[in-house]
Design a protein around this ligand. Structure first.
Ligand code: ADP
Ligand code: MG
Length: 591
């Protein structure tokens, strides 16, 4: 016999009704997440605007979905709630969630509206009565223009993933759509980050919103460490492969800026024998589902994705996020790095940058309030070591296939004369020589100043100075310091390159004497600061270009090969709307 205790479910305690509680139980939610705990009681009790900031994957959908469903009158067929969301995927995801939440509320209908599907079908569904409409801004505009939807009586408008909608250039659409809604509705804004565009929206469209922040504003997961690698632009791809090869068990999402780059990088990786695939908006829904399925069950180790396509991916155990390029909007970095370090696991977010982009790393640091570690792209030798030990440990862990037993005597005969040590060496040579041969002729991919030189032909002189990162300098602060002590303008100082314990910089050659004079006997906190004209011509980077494309044609041969990558023009969110055209090309290339 079971004893049944009656106690108040934690969701009931938030004030939710029976029908939703039943659905919550079906879904297996036990404890409300922090954003749910904070937002739901407020939204249930008060008629207020709200701005809620919480990371991706923290349960924001239910945080607005539960109270919205509670407040909707399912007896009326009027559209009462509008949810705007940036992409078709999210639109469908939210709609499905809401349908799940409201499955015990007869007569409550949620309809999804998004580009790339029949607008008349969507109009029909609305006509049958949809109290809640979940829409992408583009398609919503179209339907308003064609009078296929009436939002003049809504009581609630949810702006979900507001930061992403603005990133995608939907500001004007949102503006127009909201102008068709009543003044006295409540607006609920949910976002992972709060860039100034989001605060602008909040100021413009909301009345004294209550603000809820979960965790630290704009902060990435504690479990994620951030690293960056400086390479010459043309070495980006080779660097990516080194990073993958140095992490044999990598399970990663690789972010590119555009669909074209995404496709290209994925194709190259596949061509080079990696288990990789592309995920972007030019793939059909079907193809995308297939890719995601292969990723989830690990047939794909490297998922190359655009920011938009990767939105809403919730796959645990991603070990690495690799920023093949930094995002255009640095706020987006938070979303990217949030793909790893989930479910209590630790993760690494790596950024490959060219030298001119290093300063962007500083801006990202300010946003995530964490610092990056500058790392070196591993050398061929390091990679060989890693791979070798990985192979050894794989062999150690391998389960023995006893079908081999019957052949053992004859195998023994062949190998009889060798000691254990020799056997190991031979085995590894068979398995490893190709890899090793490939990498032994590889070059250093870490960017060095190519054009730097002492009295260069460009009329500048390069100097060595014995202060660096360990003295707390980065290139900006060192430049400021030099400007001040040398009394030089910004234009006269260039190529400030800070290393761990020393640095380099250039001045116009005409200032050479002054520089040497100032630093002849210069002390900083008691320590002598030494400046010399650099003997390093800085031309290391000009060495022979041996075609370092990373290792080719090896290990990951069993992998998933995406089938025919049919291209078609995604119509998603391309309406007839006028002012959207301006942004269209840029936006559509980022999906
Ligand atoms: P966000 O919008 O913040 O990125 P979602 O609303 O998409 O996050 O939720 C992420 C996942 O967590 C979904 O699969 C959702 O079903 C699940 N989830 C949400 N709330 C809870 C909860 N209280 N308990 C367990 N799982 C939850
Ligand atoms: Mg969400």
């Amino acid at each position: 016999m079971r004893l049944i205790f009656s106690y108040m479910n934690k969701f009931e305690a938030l004030g939710l009704g029976e029908a939703i509680i039943k659905a919550v139980n079906d879904m297996g939610f036990e404890t409300p997440s922090e954003v749910q705990e904070k937002a739901i009681p407020i939204l249930l009790k008060e008629d207020t605007d709200i701005v809620a900031l919480a990371q991706t994957g923290t349960g924001k959908t239910a945080a607005f979905g539960f109270p919205l469903i509670e407040k909707i009158d399912s007896n009326s067929r009027i559209t009462q709630g509008l949810i705007l969301s940036p992409t078709r995927e999210l639109c469908l995801q939210i709609t499905n969630e809401l349908k799940n939440y409201s499955k015990y509320i007869p007569g409550l209908h949620t309809v999804a509206i998004y580009g790339g599907a029949s607008i008349t079908d969507q109009a029909k569904q609305i006509k049958r009565g949809a109290q809640i409409v979940v829409a992408t801004p583009g398609r919503m505009q179209d339907m308003i223009n064609r009078k296929m939807v009436d939002i003049t009586n809504i009581s609630y408008c949810v702006l979900d993933e507001a930061d992403e909608m603005l990133n995608m250039g939907f500001y004007e659409d949102i503006n127009t759509i909201l102008s068709h809604t009543p003044e006295d509705k409540n607006t609920w804004l949910f976002s992972a980050t709060m860039p100034k565009e989001v605060s602008t929206i909040a100021k413009r469209f909301m009345q004294t919103p209550i603000e809820i922040t979960v965790g630290h504003k704009n902060t990435g997961s504690k479990n994620v460490s951030h690293e960056y690698y400086v390479v010459n632009s043309r070495d980006r791809y080779a660097a990516l492969k080194r990073l993958a090869d140095a992490n044999p068990d990598i399970f990663s999402v690789i972010f590119c800026r555009t669909k074209r780059d995404t496709q290209k990088v994925a194709e190259n990786l596949i061509g080079d024998g990696y288990n990789a695939a592309a995920l972007h908006g030019d793939l059909s829904q079907n193809q995308r589902d297939l890719v995601m399925k292969s990723f989830r069950n690990r047939q794909i180790q490297m998922l190359v994705a655009t920011d938009v396509a990767a939105r809403g991916i919730d796959v645990d155990d991603v070990t690495h996020v690799i920023n093949y390029q930094l995002p255009d909007e640095i706020e987006t970095y938070t979303h990217r790095s949030g793909r790893t370090g989930r479910a209590g696991k630790s993760g690494v977010s790596m950024v490959i940058v060219s030298k001119s982009e290093v300063r962007k790393i500083r801006s990202v640091e300010r946003i995530i309030k964490k610092s990056f570690e500058k790392k070196e792209i591993p050398s061929g030798e390091e990679i060989c070591q890693v791979q070798l030990f990985h192979l050894a440990s794989d062999i150690g862990k391998a389960e023995i296939n006893h079908e081999i037993d019957s052949y053992l005597p004859s195998i023994n005969e062949v190998l009889e004369e060798f000691s254990k040590e020799e056997l190991i060496k031979k085995f590894f040579s068979v398995e490893f020589s190709r890899f090793h041969n490939y990498y032994k002729k590889s070059r250093d991919l870490n960017a060095v100043n190519e054009r730097e030189g002492n009295s260069g032909s460009d009329g500048s002189t390069r100097y060595f100075i014995n202060v660096g990162e360990k003295d707390g300098f980065d290139w900006m602060t060192l430049k400021d310091f030099l400007k001040e002590v040398l009394e030089l303008g910004s234009d006269s100082l260039s190529r400030v390159d800070v290393k761990e314990s020393f640095s380099f910089f250039n001045t116009n050659t005409e200032h050479q004497e002054r520089v040497l004079q100032v630093f002849e006997d210069f002390r900083m906190e008691g320590r002598k600061v030494n400046v010399e004209i650099s003997k390093d011509s800085g031309r290391r980077g000009r060495r022979r270009r041996d075609n370092d494309g990373g290792f080719k044609g090896k290990r990951r041969s069993d992998g998933f090969k995406p089938k025919g990558r049919k291209r078609f023009d995604s119509k998603e969110d391309r309406g007839s709307g006028g002012n959207r055209k301006r942004d269209r090309r840029k936006r559509s290339d980022r999906r």
